[in-house]
Design a protein around this ligand. Sequence first.
Ligand code: SAH
Length: 357
Amino acid sequence: MNEELQIRRINDKIDIKSLTLEEVKELLAGWGEKSFRAGQIYDWIHKKLVRSFDEMSNLSVALREKLARECILVTLSQERLQESKLDGTKKALFALPDRNMVESVWMKYEHGNSVCISSQVGCAMGCRFCASTIDGKVRDLTPSEMLDQIYALTLMNGERVSNVVVMGTGEPLDNYDNILRFIRLLTDENGLNISQRNLTVSTCGIVPNIRRLADEKLQITLALSLHAATDEKRREIMPIANKYSIRELMDACAYYHEQTGRRITFEYSLIAGVNDRGEDAKNLAHLAGPLNSHINLIPVNPVRERSFKQPDHSAVLAFKNKLEKYHINVTIRRELGRDIDGACGQLRRSYKLENET
Ligand code: SAH
């Protein structure tokens, strides 16, 4: 058995939902089973989205039992659900097999359903405005745990997902191998077959891994959480800025664009009195212009434990207008689910605090 199969284990069982079709074939060959069985199993897991080996009704009972003995089929269980009365956004808190919790969001847009998933339990990046990072990182998510956030929400809603954004808790490029495998499985034509162009991975800017990702030559969208246009300001709100300068980041983004032909999206959370002045817009335009980047403005979502505030609406519009004067392509992110715990990590956090007291 190859090394990957050895590694992809949870509690000594093979994490079969994290394996590619080729690897399932290899596994089954090792058991002396016919190769088409692998295709059937992969189809049950990634297309029919079954929750147990028992449901794989075209396999013999003996094979199902063997699967249950040797493998784990990672499925997340819904612990909580918040539903917006305003726009149908649903935020789910899911329990992982080890009872750690992650949150995922289901959003309805005109062009289809979009799911926002978490990539880690907690986060080590320490961005000052973000609720996900307050208690640090607990662990990385496996590919199966990322996939099943999408599968569970698909089953819950009975509708197909067309877009996936990795913008929940965690830093995906701090969990590189698992994210890459997740991308391959999610966009596999034998699975949910989501187009790479409909998948966005958001990073706080881990430069070497942006370059690595560029070399994979995928067609996914890379979103860079910039949030400030000078190193000095960025360091105040994002510790990662002490490690990589904006110059290095822009070079890595240019490289990503060169290798993939894809335009980068810059995310910019507007924080009153911190990064919302005219001067900030001008500096931001100078960074985004040469890369032909799209800018997504997000009025900062106030987090209970943090003191950051949103600029008022007129200041947000003025910032957008200023960018447009520099011919920058800019949108203000539509705020969905305003009436539920919107900000990343808040649902998990409130659950955690309740259960600690
Ligand atoms: N670690 C990745 C992805 C997770 S965060 C990243 O940094 O991109 C997803 C996006 O939400 C990031 O742009 C992040 O900076 C932003 N974000 C986090 N907390 C926020 C808040 N309270 N208000 C607005 N945006 C926030």
